[in-house]
Design a protein around this ligand. Structure first.
Ligand SMILES: CC(C)=CCC/C(C)=C/CC/C(C)=C/CC/C(C)=C/COP(=O)(O)OP(=O)(O)O
Ligand SMILES: O=P(O)(O)OC[C@@H](O)CO
Length: 423
């Protein structure tokens, strides 16, 4: 009679064979990273990188929101950013660059967990940090998660096995991003100790991508030029790497800000583009624009007044809003959308200023503020509700409440609005 170990071994071997067939010969796509994502927006939780006020308007057109960065990222600012953006309106991926950015809360908030592994960096960036991450899952996050969830203690042995299952499951559920970092002048290159000697030719990049797909089983191979556009060099790498991959998705990120540079990397073989800086630049741009609008426009300016003002205040075609929207392959007429979203943002700001002015000195507690907002149409509410499909909680209400709590210096729990441009 076969032992339980024999049965388990046979089962494991059959599962592996099926998984291998799914990756190679069967006409099915078993990669958990949706092929439909051809555009991903990378959102950095660090303090200096802000979100546009009506960010869901912009994010409705992207495939997924990837939350992470290489500098000044913490568990707390990651939780805050995920609290704001996850599901608004697209799924969120947490991409940690350090172990302690992962918390119980971020695991609950994010729909996907993406672990970077750098194919051309130092050992720390391929196995070192990952090793401390697994240790952290087993020895800290797992036990504290279990303590929160278990109604009664189960005894040391069983608890240890459940914790080990928790960390194995977390990694099983994770998607791995095999990075090839090619811009030496980026935080990502510094983080992963990528030097001149580590830069790869297209052929070497292709060979490492093959290791990622077949041995490391990385769901994503990520050509990273963070902060700069890789141009022809990147295209040559994408051409070679894309020929070699059949299961892993090939992502390109770095310096994208126009339809042309997006088309170039997609045509060279990228499955998806990742856009970071230019999204945050929308927030900086609108903060200035809104400050000017508050100075120059009357609070009861009509939409057509605002549209006219926008036409004189900014060259919309050259704006960061239009640049970001132009990176979304499926979106037609990005300039017209940018104009529409900028106008909506200014209208919302003018209405917010008027509301804040009316409530100043009138309300001093959270309850009073809540009552004052009930049954009133709030700035940005119509636009945001049309994108967010209602849902049980009203995001525009929470947003305006949070911004007013800050403005009126009220003591109350609120959304982490400090990540929003105009706060
Ligand atoms: C398993 C657990 C709990 C955690 C995983 C912890 C790991 C393995 C983190 C990976 C650390 C690592 C290899 C970082 C490399 C740097 C990197 C690729 C960062 C991502 O780039 P961006 O942050 O988007 O780049 P910029 O900041 O330059 O824009
Ligand atoms: O910020 P940018 O240059 O758009 O790069 C996006 C992303 O690849 C960074 O990890």
């Amino acid at each position: 009679m076969p032992s339980i170990d024999d049965i388990a071994t046979t089962f494991e071997s059959a599962t592996r064979t099926l998984s291998l067939a799914g990756r190679t010969v069967l006409p099915v796509d078993t990669n958990p990273v949706p092929a439909a994502w051809d555009h991903v927006t990378k959102i950095d939780p660090e303090e200096d990188k802000k979100l546009p006020l009506l960010f869901p308007l912009y994010l409705q057109h992207t495939g997924a929101l990837e939350v992470g960065g290489s500098k000044d990222v913490t568990g707390q600012n990651t939780e805050e950013t995920l609290e704001l953006v996850a599901g608004r309106p697209r799924p969120a991926i947490q991409e940690p660059s350090g172990v302690r950015q992962v918390t119980e809360r971020t695991r609950e908030q994010a729909d996907y967990f993406a672990v970077p592994q750098v194919l051309n960096g130092d050992t720390e960036a391929i196995v070192g940090t990952l090793g401390s991450g697994i240790e952290y899952l087993r020895e800290e996050l797992g036990p504290s998660y279990l303590e929160d969830k278990l109604p009664i203690p189960l005894g040391d042995g069983l608890e240890r096995r459940i914790v080990s299952l928790f960390s194995a499951w977390t990694l099983q559920e994770a998607v791995f991003e095999a990075y090839i970092i090619m811009n030496l002048d980026s935080a990502a290159a510094r983080e992963a100790s990528v030097t001149e000697d580590d830069l790869l030719s297209p052929r070497a990049a292709k060979q490492r991508a093959m290791v990622a797909e077949t041995v490391l089983e990385s769901e994503i191979v990520y050509l990273e030029y963070s902060g700069t556009f890789g141009g022809e060099e990147a295209e040559a790498i994408l051409e070679d790497v894309s020929e070699a991959l059949s299961w892993s998705r090939l992502w390109y990120g770095g310096g994208l800000d126009s339809r042309e540079n997006v088309q170039a990397v997609l045509e060279a073989g990228a499955d998806a583009v990742v856009v970071g800086n230019v999204f945050h630049e929308i927030a900086d741009e609108e903060a200035e624009l809104c400050a000017d609008a508050v100075e120059e426009l009357s609070p009861d300016a009509t939409r057509s007044d605002v549209e006219d003002w926008v036409s004189t205040a900014i060259d919309v075609e050259e704006s960061s809003a239009a640049e970001y929207l132009s990176t979304i392959p499926s979106l037609s007429n990005p300039t017209a959308r940018a104009r529409e979203y900028l106008v909506a943002t200014i209208e919302a700001t003018l209405a917010f200023e008027e509301l804040a002015g009316a409530l100043e000195g009138e309300v001093t507690t959270a309850d009073e503020l809540q009552t004052a907002l009930d049954d009133r149409e709030l700035p940005g509410e119509v636009e945001l509700d049309s994108v967010l499909d209602g849902g049980p909680e009203s995001f525009p209400r929470e947003l305006v409440f949070g911004l007013l709590v800050d403005r009126l210096d009220i003591d109350a729990d609120r959304l982490p609005v400090e990540h929003i441009s105009v706060a």
